[in-house]
Design a protein around this ligand. Structure first.
Ligand code: DAH
Length: 344
């Protein structure tokens, strides 16, 4: 009986040694451990069967079995360690990178010149305490025209000038409806600008596009006067086009302001002598502005005895074109990289 088990022990030991040698992964080593030393392992079975042996034999076989177990355990852990090392070096070899190989060329994009111009304009006004207000591109006819004091027969309301969605909604023709939204949504003091996209049913040419951008401005508080308007917009012109420019205000008409004006600035290219940029006049028209009409303030429920305000609106494309010497508005929307890439 004992003899057979000794032979079995030897066989288990040899078999374990052989299979460990053949193992090619750490998981193989673990399989062998379970098959030999696990609950249902071959060595475990021998240890279990010892109970039926006479005490003398049991002692002798027990010693041998324990020795065999110690030997197998040592072989397993040595082989497992070896496998870990092999697997790690294989992994490291697989992960080797050639640091001398040229990298993948990542093309870094840049912001669109219109975005850059809006950011520059916004930065100047934010520096003077203006916040940013937003409004939707699909507007109500009420906000775009009625609330802005536009007469029922105002030509800009015409179907040929405006993209209507329904009888009561349209693609806003100006950023001025954001004035209405702001006046209705908050109480003075109000000091905001609102950049955004506008739409008019224009045929595209060098200076017209059915989609374009404006920056609107609105300042309402106690005691706001035309002098504040002039000072603010003069600072803007100087920051945007250079400290050397001067501004002048020409009377004009807008339904939502009274009085209304257009601001011209002295030509930043020729200093006012007259050149191609200013078409020989020495002056460049830059924006529309005026004191907010009481009818508009009243739409926002604002006490017109207590509060006054000024507003302005400028075309972003026009400013970008002047500043960068761009002679065709369509260039902004054609996505020609040779054009776009020049603005970084
Ligand atoms: N909304 C005008 C336009 O599209 C621009 C404008 C002029 C806005 C005068 C104003 C303003 O706020 O006061 O032509």
């Amino acid at each position: 009986m004992c003899g057979t088990q000794q032979v079995q022990l030897k066989a288990i030991l040899d078999e374990a040694g052989k299979r460990l040698k053949e193992a090619s992964a750490k998981s193989d080593v673990e399989d062998i451990r379970i098959k030999v030393l696990g609950k249902k392992g071959s060595l475990t079975a021998i240890l279990r069967s010892m109970g039926s042996l006479p005490p003398e034999e049991r002692k002798e076989l027990g010693r041998m079995a324990n020795e065999a177990r110690a030997e197998i355990e040592a072989m397993i852990s040595a082989r497992a360690e070896e496998m870990s090392r092999l697997e790690q070096s294989a992994r490291l070899a697989g992960e080797t990178i050639d640091v001398t190989e040229p990298g993948v060329d990542m093309r870094l994009g840049s912001r669109h010149p219109i975005t850059l111009t809006i950011d520059e304009i916004s930065g100047i006004f934010m520096g003077m305490g203006f916040g940013i207000a937003e409004g939707p591109e699909v507007e109500t006819v009420f906000n775009n025209f009625d609330a802005l004091n536009a007469a029922p027969n105002h030509p800009s309301r015409d179907l040929t000038d405006t993209f209507y969605i329904t009888k009561d909604t349209l693609l806003r023709t100006q950023t001025s409806p954001v004035q209405v939204r702001t006046l209705m949504g908050q109480a003075p003091p109000i000091k905001v600008i609102s950049p955004g996209r506008c739409f008019r049913a224009d045929t595209p040419d060098a200076t017209h596009s059915p989609m374009f951008h404006q920056v609107e401005g609105l300042f309402v508080d106690e005691g706001v006067t035309m002098a504040d308007l002039k000072g603010t917009l003069d600072v803007f012109a100087k920051r945007m086009f250079g400290e050397g420019v001067t501004t002048k205000f020409r009377p004009h008409f807008f339904p939502f302001t009274e009085p209304s004006a257009e601001m011209d600035m002295s030509c930043f290219k020729c200093g006012g002598k007259g050149c191609r940029v200013c078409k020989g006049s020495g002056w460049i028209e830059i924006l529309g502005c005026g004191m907010v009409h009481p009818n508009v303030l009243r739409v926002g429920g604002i006490d017109t005895e207590r509060y006054t305000g000024f507003a302005f609106g400028m075309g972003v494309e026009r400013i970008a074109m002047l500043k960068h010497g761009i002679d065709d508005i369509r260039l902004f929307y054609e996505n020609d990289m040779r054009f776009i890439e020049q603005f970084k």
